[in-house]
Design a binder for this molecule. Sequence first.
Ligand SMILES: [Cu+2]
Length: 275
Amino acid sequence: MRRFLVLSSALLIFCLASPAFAHFQLLIPSKVFVEGAPQKVEFFMPFTHPMEGGPIMDVGKPIEFGVFVGGERKILNDEVKVIELGVFPSWHPEYGENKGKKARVYKAEVMIDTPGDHVFYVIPEPYFEPQEECFIWQMTKVVVNAFGAEEGWDKPLGLKAEIVPLVKPYALWVGNEFKGRVLIDGKPASNIYVEIEYYNEDGKVKELPSDALITQVVKTDEDGVFSYVIPWAGWWGFAALGEGEEREYQGKRYPVELDAVMWVKAFPLPEGVRR
Ligand SMILES: [Cu+2]
């Protein structure tokens, strides 16, 4: 599935006005549950268009990668490694500048040996999007549960922008509703867009009725709360689009789209009850 892109810069006003081209910071763990014995969990963190299966945007090393467990914050920047994946394909609007360029992707490996919810987060480097003339800055979370101790998933971490789940985020069946509250600078973000995409790993989804279905969109209510019913199994990303402070780049000031992102995995229905 590849979109046919006819983008004219005149049509693009700035980040918040163009939800048709959604970027997501991924933070995908190799497992959601650690059980039995201490285990290593690997985290994959490309900045990409997950439903379209690419391309991967080239970004600098994350500002911070870490975990909250038992109310304590552990910074794990030393575990973050860079790998290079792919090049920009010609259909992507940023192709011109990036022709033939390899995109950097970050990975981390973390040993989990204590019980409790491990709320992992990444604060990436703000990404300058030349087509939209703005920065995209996505504070991203995912929860790994260890040894059955279910505590911590619903606590805010105090990130600049964050989704605080209102549903236990690692126990979702297909068809369950995922619900969260968006906080920006600690305050509920009302009436903002939340973009939702499936992580189309291995190109499982090949065709869509329209490009409109690449990204689904819901809005937060007065209290910053949004909800979404997950239609099929796999990893789903939620990106609540906020507004940050302007940032300077090559002598000019640009708007910053400050987003709160969270990843959840929906499990297929158990065999005996599947329709
Ligand atoms: Cu892009």
